[in-house]
Design a protein around this ligand. Sequence first.
Ligand SMILES: Nc1nc2c(ncn2[C@@H]2O[C@H](COP(=O)(O)OP(=O)(O)OP(=O)(O)O)[C@@H](O)[C@H]2O)c(=O)[nH]1
Length: 388
Amino acid sequence: MLPDVPLSAPASVQVPASSPQATEAAAPFAPMTTAPAEAAALAAPKPESAPVQAPTAPATESVAVPADLAPAIAEKDLELAPPSATAAAARVGWMDRLKSGLKRTGGSITTVFTGTQIDEALYEDLEAALLMADSGVAATDYLLQDLKRRVKETRATQPAQVKALLQDAIADLLAPLERPLVVGVYHPTVIMVAGVNGAGKTTSIGKLTKHLADAGATVLLAAADTFRAAAREQLAVWANRNQVEIISQQGADPSAVSFDAVAAGRARDMDVVLVDTAGRLPTQKHLMEELTKIRRVVTKADVTAPHEVILVIDGNTGQNGLAQVKAFDDSAKLTGLVVTKLDGTAKGGVLCAIAREKPVPVYFIGVGEQLEDLQTFNAREFAQALVG
Ligand SMILES: Nc1nc2c(ncn2[C@@H]2O[C@H](COP(=O)(O)OP(=O)(O)OP(=O)(O)O)[C@@H](O)[C@H]2O)c(=O)[nH]1
């Protein structure tokens, strides 16, 4: 089911995607870095077989650009919404949602610090709580050692102090994962999105498209899930809502659709091409090979692409999420993650496991189905929400 897109969210800045302002804002993108001769050779005309559906909905929708999200997706080239009191308030609201979302994870960790003594029992309880939160053995061991060192160094005497030190330790562990998704260095920036079935790929692409369009970027969507009609329809709805173009062709080879989309994106001077791939399990060898092929064929359409390969993982899958990161990285060389459904999960510790065992940047996290529920990842905020 598609989440509703709020049409009249409190706006610090409201930019209809099709407004002159939006067009101007997209203009200062950096030029493509491909060598001219190569670029000319690769600039394939739009193939007949790739129907590009023009947006049909009236261009009346406008949605607030969360100022805190915009910088992350458009670090230097897009016109950004200025930080405002509204944006700061929205961030506080988001923190509340993240905290309540991670309550089931943090609940057992918080109770570890309700006693009066710092002793071996406290560390044993903490070890159990971290493992229960799906932090995994390696990250749990690391955090316990790091915490003991911090306790010694600060001469902490109260469990409440240890709790604060644990937040510091987790924030430091997660800090390398905190990286923005940069759009605008390549033109178009080609972003492949992959994941297991139902992880939240299409929903996340829809939300991201909205934010990009509102920030002034021109976006072309590629429905590379060519077999499941519902997947294409869902993406088409997002394209319609966001007034962006989509390339979609039933039953076609997913690689061919992706190639067409990148070629069309170049020919039409788009800022971003977002490729939505079909859900697949790491155990489905032929589908994982298909992903490798999509990546390879995208490179044929633009030697510098794909610029981003993002894996969407469902936060509820815990340690299995780590296995997905490893498997998809083997097949498609990941550059970033979106971790969805952190609302109500007891397994939010998996980010610690990822940081320790397979550190891939987390561009966004999702704590719900609404547009504003996709937010940039902040290590300290996450650590605070996790520990409670
Ligand atoms: N609670 C919650 N639900 C979410 C979140 N993100 C996505 N969903 C829901 O998860 C369901 C699956 O999302 P999709 O975007 O269709 O997932 P997908 O990965 O594209 O699915 P396939 O195309 O089948 O592989 C939908 O009902 C979404 O609304 C989130 O952060 N929290």
